[in-house]
Design a binder for this molecule. Structure first.
Ligand SMILES: CC(C)(COP(=O)(O)OP(=O)(O)OC[C@H]1O[C@@H](n2cnc3c(N)ncnc32)[C@H](O)[C@@H]1OP(=O)(O)O)[C@@H](O)C(=O)NCCC(=O)NCCS
Length: 348
């Protein structure tokens, strides 16, 4: 039997919300199905802004220095709820959770456990603790994985593969990119997709083609194509552009052939530039226009070292995309997939 202590609260409230009850103790039976049985007593609670240093101390240099959490922690706590676990006074684990899709889905992300406490079931218990606080509207848990092994084991444990996307990490020097941007002319103006245009797009006939499986995955967070989700990802730090085929441009609301959404964040390795593509990445002019326009917007505040994290739909030839990136002097560091797993949540 493992003793857990927690504060009860409403996960949908922001990080300044007050716990709705006094601390309580519960007992949770640890079984080998759930996690390795440990004699450690782990106390769980909601994380606050004041926990920043402890959270950062859990796993320094994560993801080759591309971890978004150090620069995004405070910002993310406005929309997400953080949960942390302690052994004594030491923080040993952390996760972030957000409820999206009209309250139906919980997404858990940014999970990390102190190295010396790995493989003791702390992450699993933290996740369970978090899930035990979801509102009753939540039907499913949805999360992104980046390794095929973890995808397979999640499916074996009852998850379904709801979506999959290609991902590439690239690097470049800011000075080189700035020079290239000066020398390349954007030949075809892109349209900025604001909230109202995106609402139109979501309800249009072209939506299933652009957003297969009813998902738009932004910065690895999978949102269903719902109006209520738009304000979660079309935030002031992001711009979404759309390009249209010449032949349909004259019509009133033509379907875009390519959509990109991008932002930039500071991370240990430099400036990380995230760009997610939807639609057809096979037309050189379109792909070039999107990358140049998105980068030009961000470049003024870049560190010397600049990294790009690009995602795009599966089963499309990426030869044009790769050749454009190469021409723009980006060097590929890593390639792989993003896997989207969904599983029902139960209150046990
Ligand atoms: C991933 C991590 C949080 C797991 O913490 P932990 O306390 O050792 O995990 P647990 O002992 O509770 O094991 C939980 C499950 O996590 C799974 N897991 C391990 N690494 C994982 C990863 N990168 N992504 C998703 N799941 C992972 C394990 O397979 C295990 O499942 P199993 O019991 O079916 O084998 C920890 O290894 C860590 O901090 N890694 C670095 C950060 C990271 O990769 N985070 C990804 C999750 S968002």
């Amino acid at each position: 039997m493992t003793s857990l202590q927690y504060l009860e609260y409403d996960i949908t409230q922001n990080h300044n919300s007050t716990p709705v009850s006094t601390p309580v103790s519960v007992s949770v039976m640890a079984t080998s199905d759930d996690y390795d049985v440990t004699t450690d007593d782990v106390n769980f609670r909601k994380a606050t802004a004041a926990d920043y240093d402890d959270v950062m101390s859990l796993r320094p240099h994560l993801y080759h220095g591309m971890d978004y959490l150090p620069s995004q922690y405070h910002h993310l706590l406005h929309t997400h709820t953080g949960f942390c676990g302690f052994i004594g006074n030491q923080m040993v684990g952390f996760i972030l959770a957000i409820i999206i899709d009209d309250g139906e889905t919980i997404v858990i992300r940014a999970g990390r456990v102190r190295k010396e406490h790995e493989n003791k079931g702390i992450y699993s218990r933290l996740r369970k603790f978090c899930l035990s606080h979801f509102p009753r509207t939540v039907k499913r848990e949805s999360f992104s994985l980046f390794s095929s092994d973890h995808k397979d084991s999640s499916i074996l444990k009852g998850g379904i593969l709801a979506w999959q996307r290609e991902r590439i990490t690239l690097t470049a020097g800011t000075a080189t990119i700035k020079n290239i941007i000066k020398s390349v002319t954007v030949t075809n103006a892109l349209r900025v997709v604001n909230k109202s245009l995106l609402s139109e797009l979501f309800s249009s006939k072209s939506s299933p083609q652009l957003f297969p499986g009813d998902f738009i995955v932004v910065n690895s967070v999978p949102y269903k194509v719902r109006m209520s989700n738009i304000s979660y990802f079309l935030t002031p730090d992001r711009v979404m552009y759309a390009s249209y085929s010449e032949s349909v441009k004259s019509s009133n609301s033509p379907p875009p052939v390519l959509v990109s959404v991008a932002n930039q964040i500071r991370c240990e390795a430099g400036t990380r530039f995230n760009i997610d593509f939807y639609g057809d990445i096979c037309v050189e002019e379109d792909v070039t226009n999107h990358i140049i326009s998105q980068m030009a917007r961000c470049l003024s505040e870049c560190a010397d070292n600049i990294l790009m994290y690009v995602t795009y739909p599966m089963n499309r030839s990426d030869a044009i995309l790769m050749s454009v990136l190469d021409k723009l002097r980006w060097k590929v560091k890593l390639r792989g997939y993003q896997y989207g797993i969904e599983q029902p949540v139960s209150s046990d």
